[in-house]
Design a protein around this ligand. Sequence first.
Ligand code: FES
Length: 87
Amino acid sequence: SFTVELARSALTLEVPAGRTILEVLRENGVEAPSSCEQGACGTCLTKVLEGTPDHQDVYLNETEKQANASMLTCVSRSLSDKLVLDI
Ligand code: FES
């Protein structure tokens, strides 16, 4: 599991194995837009302020993935213990 800190919502959430960031956001009442939920459409694109995402999507190109400045919350996870998202 890893921790997601929501910078604008002042919430800190735990994302367990087998759950997506998007699911955890919604379970905690955070409104998060999505469409495909398969990492392809870009609707759930979220700015990353801190931490290293584990990119699992097919939407961002390699340069964008390496920049670690944004991620797709429907499929991607975290390589660091904590991610800080601009939500
Ligand atoms: Fe389509 Fe996340 S909802 S990429």
